[in-house]
Design a protein around this ligand. Structure first.
Ligand SMILES: Nc1ncnc2c1ncn2[C@@H]1O[C@H](COP(=O)(O)OP(=O)(O)OP(=O)(O)O)[C@@H](O)[C@H]1O
Length: 310
């Protein structure tokens, strides 16, 4: 559905996107992640034909987004970061206006606008002025707008930005439902959302792609994926030494706590669970043990590992 080859964008002296290549298959829901200024919005704006690239190419549904822009855009529903809406229009009136602008005839417009009001949960506010709507409802109007011409592909730039937790949940559910019949590329900062909704993730930083895989694979491939935390009443040096001699243990660090307790963090090879062996070791040495748990890596750990600057 999307094919991007060596896409770059330079603003004056700043290269915001540096030769990125990726693809999104039909039916996928892909999270597009990266820290502030990584180049997400710039990439999405190029993909939707709003910004010409400095070099490289991109196809949507087989159409070159720059040379066959109209054909490509017919197949894209784009919801930009801050949805620009006409404040003085009523919801239904606005969606009808947008549908006509996108080339739907009056019959199609009536039908699609009706469907979108229902799909996006806007029926109760269809006669309200847009300026009186809450941010959550405005986002829904933006989504309905991006969907009204029945595109195959939805490109959403931070659709839950600025929403409260309830609104985030509602938009997330809506996107999940839309993903049943659309291909979705969604940029967001909420990593738990991505773990819940996306079947693949692309991480971009400094204009370059750092990783592209399923959330599960990314987590499993992490260097610091395997970590065990244990609290013992033991001499830090002796215990660190004994633990680090265990098989498949890569590194041990310790931190003194209260009343002779020490917390040890044990890095092990990915896929290894050292808890039982650490427990046996504590029993063997007679060290009192009050906590032993395995840190389950999350997408947030992957994100931090791939994009931190130190
Ligand atoms: N029109 C522009 N002119 C000059 N520089 C720009 C322009 N648009 C973006 N940039 C720069 O390009 C870089 C990438 O910006 P972009 O908006 O794509 O990042 P982003 O990943 O979407 O960030 P955020 O998460 O903050 O929205 C930034 O350094 C930004 O300042």
């Amino acid at each position: 559905m999307i094919e991007v080859q060596q896409l770059s964008k330079r603003f004056a002296r700043h290269e915001a996107v540096r030769g990125i290549s990726f693809s999104v298959d039909r039916g996928e829901i892909v999270g597009f992640l990266g820290p502030n200024g990584a180049g997400k919005t710039t990439t999405l704006r190029m993909l939707t034909g709003y910004l010409p690239p400095t070099s490289g190419s991109a196809q949507v549904a087989g159409f070159d987004i720059f040379r066959q822009s109209l054909e490509a855009r017919k197949r894209i529903g784009y919801m930009p970061e801050n949805v620009p809406l006409y404040e003085d229009m009523r919801v239904r009136e606005y969606l009808k206006f947008r549908a006509r602008l996108k080339g739907l005839n009056s019959k199609q417009t009536r039908q699609r606008v009706g469907e979108m009001l229902e799909t996006c949960g806007l029926e109760a506010v269809r006669r309200k002025m847009i300026k009186t709507l809450s941010k959550g409802y405005r986002q829904r109007v933006g989504l309905a707008d991006s969907l009204v011409h029945n595109p195959d592909l939805l490109i959403l730039d931070e659709p839950t930005n600025g929403l409260d937790p309830n609104q985030i949940r509602q938009i997330r559910e809506l996107i999940k439902r839309l993903a049943e019949s659309h291909t979705v590329l969604v940029s967001t900062h909420i990593l738990s959302e991505v773990e819940m909704t996306c079947n693949r993730v692309i991480i971009i930083d400094g204009g370059k792609i750092k990783a592209a895989d399923t959330p599960t694979n990314l987590i499993n491939q992490m260097r610091s994926a395997g970590r065990v935390h244990v609290e013992l009443q033991a001499d830090a040096e002796v215990a660190s030494g004994a633990i680090s001699r265990l098989d498949r243990v890569k590194k041990v660090s310790s931190e003194a706590l209260d009343e002779g307790w020490t917390r040890f963090t044990v890095w092990v090879d990915s896929g290894t669970d050292a808890r039982e062996r650490i427990n046996n070791l504590a029993a063997q040495y007679g060290w009192p043990l009050r906590s032993l748990y395995r840190h389950e890596a999350t997408l947030e750990d992957v994100f931090v590992e791939l994009t931190r600057k130190d």
